[in-house]
Design a binder for this molecule. Structure first.
Ligand SMILES: Cc1ncc(COP(=O)(O)O)c(C=O)c1O
Length: 386
């Protein structure tokens, strides 16, 4: 069997740069202790890596204060802290139909307890209209939360324009940067954003189990959890000050180490160069698939404001079956179904057909792999015709 062609980088990046595996191994063997809890040298050194990574990520998101960069487990974890910590019964929130379930589901839960939610739809090309947001603002609007880059159709949303409206109306603005961080700049200042949620295992090229959020000064997120912080143990309630405020229990230091190495790799290569490589391959894939009879693509006509995920269907065959044949006959990994974003598929009209096939291209994919994927889909389209 040929070597696996991994085109599921929208779900998680794989493989990671060799430097990530090497550094994680080295770090965990030599420094894998609980940071910030004690004064012995090893503990201090482990703490230094955590604090350095906090600083790196703060710079990366153009934040001002590394203490406001809090580590958690992934975006879902960070988004839950944001949504449950910023909204309460009687509040109103504005989001979009481009959201992942890690935003939709916390909001659905809250809507059962008296939080009202408005969903801004996306247009035919896959973008929301920034001017749609202020029209929905009310006196009790307490949060706008938006997916920076869609994990289904890849469109990069106009967050700066949305952020300007939010700032003008004094509405806190949160960005889900799960797909964008590590692919395109996520600049909290430029976007007039107040909170950014990120996950380490996608384009930041770290391992699973590490992520977090950056919270701008002046924005408060209520405590929805409590636990150990390693410092000031005599205080009865969870500490109010950042970063402890939004960190609970022992940090995933191994994850921090991997994220550190992943981010270093990206900064060394240059965000723009990595994105250019991915979009060159995405364009080739789009063009190749477009030329195949029976292939329908969604929101891929103009790839200017896109990241490297590409959804499509083959007429006459369910997405899931296309995925199975790609896997079994072609050794190609992709993601099929609703991609944890059911409202996107409702908007595209693909929900009834059980979703779509999604290719997600990463920094280590090659032209040959893209040719193989196009060839595989050609064969599948032929099968579907019979
Ligand atoms: C846009 C978006 N938001 C949130 C998430 C959740 O990320 P995680 O599973 O790392 O929490 C994902 C993951 O697919 C995503 O694509």
């Amino acid at each position: 069997m040929s070597k696996l062609i991994y085109l599921d980088n929208g779900a998680t990046s794989f493989p990671k740069p060799p430097e990530v595996y090497d550094f994680m191994d080295h770090f965990y063997r030599n420094f894998g202790v609980n940071p910030g809890r004690s004064g012995y040298d090893l503990c201090v050194e482990t703490g230094e890596l955590v604090e350095n990574t906090r600083k790196m990520l703060t710079r990366f998101f153009n934040g001002a204060d590394p203490n406001r960069l809090c580590f958690g487990y992934n975006s879902t974890d960070a988004l839950n802290l944001i949504i449950f910590g910023m909204l309460k019964p009687g509040d109103h929130a504005v989001t979009t139909t481009l959201e992942h379930n890690s935003v939709l589901r916390p909001l659905y839960h809250l809507s059962r307890t008296g939080v009202e939610v408005d969903y801004v739809p996306f247009d035919k090309a896959g973008f929301v209209d920034p001017d749609d947001f202020p029209k929905r603002f009310k006196k009790n609007t307490k949060l706008v939360i938006i997916n920076h880059a869609s994990n289904v159709i890849g469109t990069i949303q106009p967050i700066r324009e949305i952020g300007m409206h939010c700032r003008e109306h004094g509405v806190p603005f949160a960005i889900d940067a799960s797909q964008s961080a590590g692919k395109i700049p996520v600049d909290i200042e430029d976007a007039f954003a107040d909170v950014v949620a990120f996950t380490g295992h996608k384009s930041l090229l770290g391992p699973t189990g590490i992520g977090g959020l950056y919270v701008r000064e002046g924005i408060e997120i209520r405590l929805t959890r409590a636990g150990g912080t390693g410092v000031r143990s005599a205080v009865r309630t969870h500490l109010e000050e950042y970063p402890y405020r939004l960190e609970f229990g022992t940090l995933n230091v191994l994850g921090v180490a991997g994220l550190h190495a992943g981010l270093k790799w990206i900064l060394h290569k240059g965000l723009e160069a990595v994105h250019r490589h991915e979009m060159t391959l995405t364009t080739k894939l789009r063009d190749g698939l477009k030329a195949i009879d029976r292939v329908t693509m969604y929101c891929q006509d103009d790839l200017a404001d896109h990241i490297s995920v590409l959804p499509f269907n083959v007429t006459g065959m369910e997405a899931m079956n296309v995925g199975t044949i790609l896997d079994v006959d072609h050794n190609i990994a992709c993601r099929t179904g609703l991609h944890c974003a059911p409202l996107v598929h409702e908007g595209l009209g693909t929900d009834k057909a059980h979703g779509a096939v999604r290719f997600g291209i990463g920094p280590f994919n090659t032209e040959e792999q893209i040719d193989a994927a196009i060839g595989g889909i050609k064969e599948i389209a032929e099968m579907a015709r019979k």
